[in-house]
Design a protein around this ligand. Structure first.
Ligand code: NAP
Length: 271
C-alpha cells in the first residue's frame, strides 16, 4: 500500500461522497489533510473523526465558484502543514436535461463549478505542487468520454476537464508533477440527488440500480492507488471501463446502443 506519511493532500468537495471517502483513504495512508467545501459542519465532523483516528486534518470553507476561495484552502495547507503534495480537484455536481429546455445560465452554472472551479483550484495550488514535485488529480467522469441524451451540460464540463488534464499532464511532464484524470462510472454518493441549482434534494431516491453502484470506499481506494502510481487516467467501475473501451474502439456501437435502447441521462431531482 503506497504511503503518504509526511505528505499534505488538499481535496475540494470533501464534505460528501467521493471526496469524503478520499479523505479517509488518504488519512489511512498517513497523509495530512486540507478538506475544502461549503458545508463546514460536515467538514468539521470529518476532521473530528480523522483526528480522533490519529490523522492531521483541517477544514476550510471554500466555494470553488468564487475567485480567491481555493487560494484560502491552499494558504491553509502552507500555514498549517508547511507544504502541499497532492491536490484533488473533486468538487462538482450535475446539471441535466434536454438541450431544448435548458438555458445558457444552466450551462454557465455547470461550468462555473465543474470547469472554472477546477481551474481555480489548480491555479491556486500549482506552484505548491511544483515545489514538492507532487501530484494533481482531476475528477472527471465516464461522462467525459460519452455524452448521453439529457446530459449535455454535465458531459460538456467533464469533456472539458478531460482536455485540461491531458494538456496539463503534457505541460508538467518534465516538472515531476503528475496529473491523473479520474473517470468514475456510477458511485454511491449524493450527486444524483442534487438539482440543477446545486441544491441537495434529500428525499429523492437514487435513480441508479444498486448492483451498478460502487461504494465510495472502494472507489476511493482505486483512485488513491492511481494517484500514488502517478497514472495518467483511471476509469473506476467495471461498467465504466466497458463503456469507455467501447467508446474508444467502436464509437458507432455505443451510438447505436444509445439510440436503439433509448439510453438517457437521469432526470433532475425534484422535478
Ligand atoms: N458519484 C458518481 O457516480 C460520479 C460519477 C462520475 C463523476 N463523479 C464526480 O465526482 C465528484 C464528486 O462527486 P460525488 O459523486 O462525490 O457527489 P457528492 O456526494 O454530491 O459530493 C459533491 C461534493 O462537491 C462539493 N461541491 C459542490 N459544489 C461545490 C462548490 N461550488 N464549491 C465547493 N465544493 C462544492 C460538495 O460540497 P458542498 O456542497 O459542501 O460544498 C460535495 O462535497 C464530482 O466532480 C462528480 O462530477 C461522480
Amino acid at each position: 500500500m503506497a504511503n503518504f506519511s509526511g505528505q499534505v493532500v488538499l481535496i475540494t468537495g470533501a464534505s460528501s461522497g467521493i471526496g469524503e471517502a478520499l479523505a479517509r483513504e488518504f488519512a489511512r495512508r498517513g497523509a495530512a489533510l486540507v478538506l475544502a467545501a461549503r458545508r463546514t459542519d460536515r467538514l468539521d465532523r470529518l476532521v473530528a473523526e480523522l483526528t480522533a483516528g490519529g490523522a492531521r486534518a483541517v477544514a476550510v470553507r471554500c466555494d470553488v465558484t468564487v475567485d480567491g476561495e481555493p487560494e484560502r484552502a491552499a494558504a491553509a495547507a502552507r500555514e498549517r502543514f508547511g507544504r502541499l503534495d497532492v491536490v484533488v480537484a473533486n468538487a462538482g455536481f450535475g446539471v441535466v436535461g434536454p438541450f431544448a429546455l435548458l438555458t445558457l445560465d444552466d450551462y454557465r452554472r455547470q461550468f462555473e463549478t465543474n470547469v472554472f472551479g477546477v481551474l481555480r483550484t489548480l491555479k491556486a495550488t500549482l506552484a505548491d505542487v511544483r515545489r514538492t514535485r507532487g501530484r494533481i488529480a482531476v475528477i472527471g467522469s465516464v461522462s467525459g468520454h460519452i455524452a448521453t441524451p439529457g446530459s449535455s451540460p454535465y458531459a460538456m464540463s467533464k469533456f472539458a476537464v478531460r482536455a485540461l488534464a491531458e494538456a496539463l499532464g503534457h505541460e508538467l511532464a518534465r516538472s515531476g508533477v503528475s496529473v491523473t484524470l479520474v473517470s468514475p462510472g456510477y458511485v454511491a454518493s449524493e450527486i444524483r440527488r442534487v438539482d440543477n441549482q446545486g441544491v441537495l434534494r434529500e428525499q429523492t431516491p437514487e435513480p441508479v440500480p444498486r448492483f451498478l453502484l460502487m461504494s465510495t470506499t472502494r472507489a476511493a481506494r482505486q483512485i488513491v492507488r492511481a494517484i500514488a502510481w502517478r497514472r495518467r487516467e483511471v476509469v473506476v467501475t467495471g461498467h465504466g471501463k466497458a463503456a469507455v473501451f467501447f467508446q474508444r474502439h467502436a464509437p458507432w456501437l455505443t451510438s447505436a446502443v444509445i439510440r436503439k435502447f433509448g439510453v438517457r441521462s437521469r432526470g433532475e431531482p425534484g422535478r
